[in-house]
Design a protein around this ligand. Structure first.
Ligand code: AMP
Length: 443
């Protein structure tokens, strides 16, 4: 299959060719004809599947072929994104796809002055990419009208809800013309998303290119149990041991990002961080330097990392597990793209066991655990599995202190052959792990 057989017009084919897109990805193959036919779409496609071109390319074609010229302060297509970074990213792609078309494109988001955005909107824009909050501000200040809107795209809709934009979405919904085409993209499909889709979409075509809520299987995922206070030390150890070159690291909080970056920089490691407290320009610069390999380690919070499009990222490290399990899928979606193999390592402490369990349940897999020598946790991480069960410790048998306590409790995760080098003596345990077994002696 080629893009030409999907019925795309020549200026778009030329743009795609320049970008080196030879064949449509599965989501593009399904979405492009459906959007061209005017259908509403509900697409389950994670990041890295080519979803942006899947909605943007046919949308641009429709705008070129149909509808009146854009009038003052109006937009003809609106793409809503959860974060500024994603809005920038999507806009950059849209502008590339539209390079040979007589259409105007623009992106608006918060955190920067609203005035230049109001000025820019005066003449009207064919395709506007926006974050929900800033879109509403512009609308309320009469800088934006939506009566010409032909197509609405909700990109990463699950993420918009996670970030608490449901009220904004409800407000925007009330601002929209009834007659329009709506395309909803989401990496995961919770009941909340289905509810939103029920309100916003009419007879949508469902496109599902990866199994529901399952992370890309080209990503090798594993967990290293460790005590919380030793995470940074373990990270540096693994980095040196694995000779990591370019790593995207996720931390839970802004303070966590800053603390890790400071620690790494203190050790002479080339690291930078991005989070919501940093100005947009600083974030963009850090990202550009990371993409250009001028920064080796980029530490980010989930929000700031949203929309990062870095090709061939070999490794993602979860310094902390995400509070929302779906974010795990987004995070590891940064690696293993377009069929490349990638690796995702999570440093997990005992406090995070419930998050680990939620992730395993969502992704329907039990993550392989590797115990790193000399980093075995004192506070062991209870066993978990994809049924969502956390195997609680048995009733306290009065301080059963043993050396290397975590090792014997690896239980069934030690099935993997990958572990054998580091832990040659470990035996797999198939059933729900039994604690306090083995030749342990009370001290
Ligand atoms: P997305 O899932 O939209 O974030 O796209 C992921 C990456 O794949 C981006 O770098 C796109 O430029 C690239 N891409 C999208 N479609 C194709 C295609 N048909 N062939 C090659 N690369 C593509």
């Amino acid at each position: 299959m080629t893009f030409a057989t999907l019925g795309l017009i020549e200026p778009l084919l030329r743009a795609l060719e320049t970008l080196g897109y030879q064949t449509p990805t599965p989501v593009q193959a399904q979405a492009i004809p459906a959007v061209l036919a005017g259908r509403d779409l509900m697409a389950a496609a994670q990041t890295g599947t080519g979803k942006t071109a899947g909605f943007a390319v046919p949308l641009l074609q429709l705008l070129t072929m149909e509808g009146p010229k854009v009038t003052a302060n109006s937009v003809r297509a609106l793409i809503l994104c959860p974060t500024r970074e994603l809005a920038e990213q999507v806009h950059a792609s849209v502008a590339e796809y539209a390079q040979h078309l007589p259409l105007t494109t623009y992106a608006v988001y918060g955190g920067v002055s609203i005035n230049p955005q109001m000025m820019k909107l005066r003449k009207g824009v064919d395709v506007l990419v926006a974050t929900p909050g800033r879109l509403i501000d512009l609308f309320r200040q009469n800088a934006l009208k939506l009566n010409q809107l032909q197509t609405l795209v909700l990109d990463e809709a699950d993420r918009m809800l996670d970030l608490g934009f449901s009220e904004e979405l409800a407000n925007i919904y009330r601002m929209l013309p009834k007659k329009r085409q709506t395309l909803l993209f989401s990496a995961t499909f919770s009941d909340e998303i289905r509810l939103l889709a029920g309100q916003m979409l009419i007879d949508p075509l469902t496109v599902e290119v990866s199994p529901r809520n399952v992370a890309a299987n080209t990503v090798k995922q594993w967990v290293v149990p460790v005590d919380k206070k030793r995470k940074a030390e373990l990270f540096v150890h693994l980095m040196r041991k694995g000779r990591w070159k370019q790593v995207l690291v996720f931390a839970k909080t802004r303070n966590g990002v800053d603390a890790l970056v400071e620690k790494l920089q203190g050790l002479g490691i080339n690291a930078d961080g991005i989070h919501g407290d940093k100005p947009q320009a600083t974030r963009q610069r850090a990202l550009d330097r990371f993409k250009a390999s001028e920064v080796q380690i980029l530490v980010a919070t989930d929000v700031a990392a949203r929309g990062l499009d870095i090709e061939d990222l070999p490794l993602v490290v979860n310094f902390d597990l995400p509070i929302v399990a779906e974010d795990y899928i987004h995070r590891i979606g940064r690696t293993g793209r377009a069929g490349n193999t990638g690796e995702a390592i999570s440093l997990v402490c005992a406090d995070e066991v419930n998050m680990l369990s939620a992730i395993e349940m969502l992704t329907r897999q039990t993550l392989t655990r590797h115990m790193e020598q000399d980093f075995e946790p004192e506070h062991r991480v209870p066993d978990t599995d994809s049924s969502g069960q956390v195997v609680k410790k048995p009733k306290k048998p009065k301080k059963p202190k043993t050396s290397g306590g975590g090792k014997r409790n690896l239980g069934k995760w030690v099935e993997s052959s990958e572990v054998s080098v580091a832990e040659p003596s470990l035996k797999p345990v198939r059933k729900v792990p039994v604690f306090n077994t083995g030749p342990r002696k009370k001290k």
